[in-house]
Design a protein around this ligand. Structure first.
Ligand code: GRF
Length: 217
């Protein structure tokens, strides 16, 4: 098996997607290792969880930095120290500087709780309810300068049910996020997800070459 991709997860809050990625990466056959968890906030419960699990977790408190650039440079130092190759944003609530985005272009993922390009930005579940859509979901995409707009790697759909509140819809989408994000990170870590211009194409898996005797979809 190819070496596992050294991956950092950047969080600001609860960190449930980070936990899903950590759980996936504990599988011996998973193609990425979570070698660094960075929180932008000291009160993040995800950071407390990562520390309790004795994972390599670092606080880079955004309030301690005078500018976006200085904050991003501090994060970049943490990533360099851990020899990080891929970055997964998971509820990371800071807009990144153009320099950071361009440095990690094609190597930085984000998850957003809507079927992009619908409902970018804040409160996408409430936006979905207000629009009256019958299907919503979540998207994993490469990070580009424009928020929630980068090339889409993978998506999962969930139904919007009569009587849903933003909270019940968010919970249904979150369960899908926890399945989708590990799958999408694996697609990138194995090199199956390839950036072709503004689109991501999913190439065949190793097994399609005859390695393990089973065809991949
Ligand atoms: C998730 O819904 C994610 O899609 C969005 O922020 C939320 C973070 O939740 N970007 P968690 O911190 O991963 O639990």
């Amino acid at each position: 098996m190819a070496p596992k991709k050294r991956t950092a997860v950047l969080i600001s809050g609860r960190g449930s997607n980070m936990m899903a990625l950590v759980a996936a990466a504990r599988r011996p056959d998973y193609p990425a290792d979570i070698v660094s968890i960075v929180s932008s906030r000291p009160d993040s419960s995800g950071l407390a969880w990562a520390r309790a699990e004795a994972l390599p977790a670092t606080l880079v408190d955004h309030k301690a930095y005078a500018s976006r650039e200085a904050f991003d440079a501090a994060i970049d130092d943490v990533l360099a120290d851990a020899a990080v190759e891929l970055v997964a944003l998971a509820g990371f609530m800071r807009i990144q500087s153009p320099a950071f985005v361009s440095k990690w272009q094609g190597r930085q993922l984000n998850i957003h709780p809507s079927l992009l390009p619908a409902f970018k930005g804040l409160n996408p579940q409430a936006q979905a309810l207000a629009a009256g859509v019958k299907i919503s979901g979540c998207s994993v995409h490469f990070v580009t300068a424009e928020v929630d707009s980068g090339p889409i790697i993978a998506q999962a759909a969930v139904p919007v049910l009569d009587g849903d509140s933003a909270e019940t819809l968010a919970a249904r989408i979150l369960a899908a996020e926890h399945r989708l994000y590990p799958e999408a990170l694996a697609l990138v870590a194995t090199g199956r997800a390839r950036l072709i211009g503004d689109r991501v194409e999913i190439g065949p898996g190793e097994a399609a070459g005859g390695g393990h005797g089973q065809a991949q979809p």
